[in-house]
Design a protein around this ligand. Structure first.
Ligand SMILES: [Zn+2]
Length: 244
């Protein structure tokens, strides 16, 4: 079994029962979306009085949507290829509604509604999962990204960027840890030991594995070399991650 934390800065943070973690960065895709949005605003400000759109603006809107959907569709495919190879049959996906209402900043909310298209993305994940014979179960995990996995604190923890900090001294990658905690809650068992997380970035064509956050430079290069073989991200076996 596997749990996904679906977010904005990281589109997907994923923890499998066997301790593998995948992280799909939303940064590049969002930045591209934001640039097109600014270009649209600029064109709109130059429209003659009484005009609200133009063919050029409509074209940019279509392009913006197409690029976002392309990145998200490719993500869904990449992710479920991995999970299918790992023998995963059930994936838990969190419903973040509660988080959006209570904890997220205004900027995060804007990102969510315009860029992220949460419902559409979850539907896409479910459709793709079905193709791989994987079942998706939606659950309420609205608290997990705020909870300290060490002491259970939920009120006094601080999220800053990708980090979760707790007064008890705990500090970790918030989204990856949320997906781990989410999985442990759903399965009722502890996950571990954890392999080093694999991070994926979008280059407008495909999702590629990049160096682990805590890798030494030498290990990072090795991984990048492996990743470039065959024009696709390397497989779990190729990377030395044991499959089920
Ligand atoms: Zn704590």
């Amino acid at each position: 079994m596997t749990a996904l934390d679906v977010g904005v800065n990281n589109l997907v943070a994923c923890t499998t029962e066997t301790g593998q973690q995948f992280l799909y960065s939303g940064t590049d895709s969002y930045e591209q979306f934001r640039e097109t949005t600014m270009r649209i605003a600029e064109l709109q400000s130059k429209l003659p009085a009484g005009k609200y759109s133009s063919e050029q603006i409509r074209r940019l809107y279509r392009k913006r949507t197409r690029r976002r959907d392309h990145a998200m569709n490719a993500l869904a495919r990449d992710l479920f290829e991995w999970l299918a190879e790992l023998g995963v049959s059930v994936v838990y996906v969190g419903d973040l509604t509660g988080v959006l209402e209570t904890h997220w900043s205004v900027e995060a909310n804007a990102k969510t509604h315009n860029f992220w298209a949460h419902r559409r993305f979850i539907d896409r994940l479910e459709d793709t999962a079905e193709e791989y014979g994987i079942t998706v179960e939606e659950c309420d995990e609205s608290w997990t990204s705020q909870e300290c996995p060490e002491c259970g604190e939920r009120e006094k923890t601080i999220r800053h960027g990708d980090s979760l900090w707790c007064p008890c001294g705990f500090e970790a990658h918030a989204d990856l840890d949320a997906s781990r905690l989410f999985l442990e809650t759903e399965t009722g068992t502890e996950v571990g030991p954890m392999a080093r997380p694999v991070r994926f970035e979008w280059d407008d064509h495909e999702w590629s594995a990049i160096s682990h956050a805590h890798d030494s430079p030498k290990e990072s290069r090795t991984n990048l070399q492996v990743a470039s073989v065959g024009g696709r991200t390397d497989r779990p076996q190729a990377r030395g991650i044991s499959s089920l």
